[in-house]
Design a protein around this ligand. Sequence first.
Ligand code: PEP
Length: 234
Amino acid sequence: MILCANFKANKTRQDTRAYMAVVESFVSANGIGDTIIVFPPFTALEHDPRNVLIGVQNAYPVQNGAYTGEIALEQLEEFGIKTILIGHSERRHIIGETQEQITAKFRFFAEHGFAIVYCVGEPLAVREEGNDILMAYIEQQFEGIDLTYSDLIVAYEPVWAIGTGLTPSNSDIELVHSALRSKTDAPLLYGGSVKVDNASTIMALDNVDGILVGSASLSANDFCEMIAQATELQ
Ligand code: PEP
């Protein structure tokens, strides 16, 4: 299983250190073999990779240069970062990233050998149009994306489920994941209001290889509990 914690714009450097100490010691004390990735804010990056991977929530697809306010490859290399989240719905819908920009970012970081957690997912209005429209919408989010990239992880995150406490039914998750499985061999994560109460059930679904967790990952103890659930499922 792959379990990701996305902090978004939450936690300070101090908070993140304390969090990582809890998760690192849980993972090593319990001999966890699952892949655990934490995406803290940029200000909390440390060059201290151990058995939990650290990724970035975003970066600009250049080595360095005149891109005010951005973080580029050179800054990530300083911290040994080789994992990135691309296509998250908050970047698509709040920041306004286009598929073209997302594709450029994907190509650049794939060329530099990053593990890429690539997010797709539909707004509620699209879901209400039925499964064919839903899959056609997701298909557009794969435009320009190499689904055979060897270090790809795909995260299905319905926009309406992110941070809302709502989740699709288990059969709806399985339906989308089985459609995704027919498109790629990459591990498939589900994300959107995953928490301690539903993580185990979701991770047990067909074609679900892990979870991407936002709000509920902010508690180190809750995230460790989800890691323990993943271990129990195996
Ligand atoms: C996310 O940020 O990717 C996410 C799934 O958030 P939440 O768990 O809060 O819905």
